[in-house]
Each structure stands twice: as C-alpha cells, then as structure tokens.
Design a binder for this molecule. Structure first.
Ligand code: ZN
Length: 337
C-alpha cells in the first residue's frame, strides 16, 4: 500500500491552501489548549533503536514475506516467539482470505497482549507482510519486495517498545494489545480499496477476544526510513482527532517534533480504516508522508529499494520513544481510575 485517494489529494491540497493562510491562529489555539495545567514530566523507559533495527534485519533476511511463501511461515514463527518474550498472552489467527484476484491466501495474524485484564487498553498495530510486486519500480515489477520499511519497521518498533514496557513495568489498569496483521499489501487499485488490509479486515470482524474494545489505537506503517516525515494523515483526523493530537503532543514531549509536524498529510487508505469502521475504536495512522503532493510516500515505496539501506535508527528512535511517551502518559492520566 498505501493508496492515496485522489479525493484525499484534493482535500489535502485544499486544506493545505487553507492552512497556509491560517498558520498563526492555529498555533495560538494549540498553545492555549495545552498551556493550562502544568503536568509533571512522565517517566518513561528509554527505547533502544539498535534492538528494533536488528529485528528488522532478521525479518528481511527471510526474504519477502508474501502470502503462501516459506518466508511467511518462518517469519510468523519468529514474531510469535518475540511476542511471547514480551507479552503476557499471545494469540495466533491462521486463516485464508480472498485476494482481489480471487486467490485464497494464507493469512497469519499475531496478537500479543500485555495485562489482559486491564480496563484501559491501547491497541497498536502494523502489517508484517511484504508486497508481492514492486509495481512502482522500473525493473522486476512483478517480483516481491523485501519491505524493510513497508512491513519490517513497524514490527521492529513495537517489539522493542513491548520489551521496554516489560522491563520497566506498567500499572495494572493499563493494557497494551499489539496486532501484527498479515496480507495488508496484496491490494491493487484495479481490484478496489477492499483488496488491501485483508488481515485487519478479518481481525476486525473476528477479534482475538469477543467484543474486543480499546480506548484508542495507533497504526504504524513505514516508520523506519531516513528523513521520515509523519504528517497528520487526514482520515486519522476525521476519525480520531483527539488521539492524533495526543500522539503529536507526546512526540513533542519526547523531543521529536521535527518528525511529527503539524502538517496535513492527505487521506490514506490503510489498516486504521477497518479498525475505525468495523470496531469503532478511534485509531490513527503514523505513516511516512515525506514525499510529494502527487506521490506522498518516500521514493523507495513499493520498489526493490525498500531494503535495509533505507532504514535509519534515528527514525526508529523517534517513533518508539513517542509510543512509550503515549503509553506512560496514558497511564499517568488514568492513575486514579
Ligand atoms: Zn505497502
């Protein structure tokens, strides 16, 4: 993925034009909103980008993790083992989903749960499958991509985040659910938007726990590249404006505002859509929108250049530390409840 909608691009253009003229009033509103109570600094563990980077390398070493490939099976075993090390309970959903070409595709969703009984829950998700085609490349367009950034990076960040939560500890009333969803990137524009995000669509209709709910959700997609820019994706704003504001504030509190500008990034069809629409969990997308108006993603998107050479530990650190800031500020906010 991700499929930038034409409508999204138009919206983004119009909002950009509007926001150009409105920059100052916006900032003033922002300051007055956040300035009232002075919060004590939240204590968080320190995210280790080296560990996240190493786990991306291990995934990529299997080769492309496409549906039905031996690499898919091997990588699922690795991810399940990683989740077992840092979560209290691990669920595995192994099913078949129907691709846009009518093929039945093996799909393995893995869910790691921290504090299964906690009443306040945060959902964090990312896809772990590789796109079977390098359709944005100039050569070998029909071959699968290594997907270091567009799959590997989100997994690397979430496992290291969970490991740090485990060693640092987390209040009992806060739970974190980590969903590694499969078969996200088997979509094509000609097959329609529903051909993407097949693993998440399945999970949203069949969650690991019946009646599953979370206070909010955060999707990671392409969170590991050099010069990443996590602009404010506008479907996230539509569905979960307050969550997006909290996450961008957490990024600033953690010292990573430069990666999380208050800039409209346009609308992206991604895994947060089924979570918002089917489960009604307010979920945002943290996605690298550092490209151009015509092509909002980084130049390595859906090409064979999406390999370890594009991964930058500074970006992994910015995202991982921001997520830890979100988790522990949520814990601080819910202390009394
Ligand atoms: Zn993709």
């Amino acid at each position: 993925m991700k499929n930038s909608l034409f409508l999204g691009a138009m919206l983004s253009l119009s909002t950009l034009l509007v926001s150009c003229g409105n920059d100052k009033p916006k900032e003033t509103a922002q300051t007055s909103e956040t300035a009232a109570p002075v919060e004590a600094a939240v204590k968080t563990p320190v995210f280790n980008a080296d560990s996240a980077y190493a786990l991306i390398g291990k995934q990529v070493a299997f080769g492309p993790r496409t549906p039905g490939s031996p690499a898919q099976k091997k990588c699922a075993e690795l991810l399940q083992k990683e989740l077992r090390n840092c979560c209290d309970t691990v669920y595995r959903q192994e099913v078949s989903v129907k691709g846009g070409d009518g093929k039945m595709l093996p799909c393995i969703n893995l869910i790691g749960v921290i504090h299964p009984k906690a009443q306040h829950r945060i959902l964090m998700l990312t896809h772990w499958d590789s796109r079977p085609w390098a359709d944005k490349d100039t050569k070998d367009k029909d071959k699968p991509i290594l997907a270091a950034d567009d799959a590997g990076s989100g997994v690397g960040v979430l496992v290291e985040m969970a490991a740090k939560i485990k060693s640092f500890g987390l209040p009992d009333n806060i739970g974190v659910d980590i969903l590694f969803e499969d078969v996200e990137d088997y979509g094509k524009e000609m097959w329609g938007e529903n051909s993407y995000c097949l693993g998440t669509q399945y999970w949203a209709h069949n969650p690991h726990v019946p009646g599953y709910k979370a206070d909010f959700g955060i999707l990671l997609d392409m969170v590991g590249a050099h010069n990443a820019l996590f602009k404010m994706e506008s479907q996230s704003t539509n569905y979960a404006r307050d969550v997006q504001a909290d996450v961008w504030k957490a990024a600033a509190d953690a010292g990573f505002s430069s990666y999380f500008p208050y800039t409209d990034g346009g609308a992206i069809t991604d895994d947060h859509i089924p979570v918002n629409q089917i489960l009604g969990i307010k979920t945002i997308d943290i996605i690298n929108l550092g490209g151009t108006m015509e092509q909002p993603f980084a130049p390595h998107w859906h090409t064979h250049n999406d390999n370890m050479s594009v991964i930058d530990k500074n970006t992994l650190k910015a995202v991982g530390q921001t997520l830890l800031q979100v988790v522990y500020s949520t814990a601080a906010r819910n202390k009394a409840s």
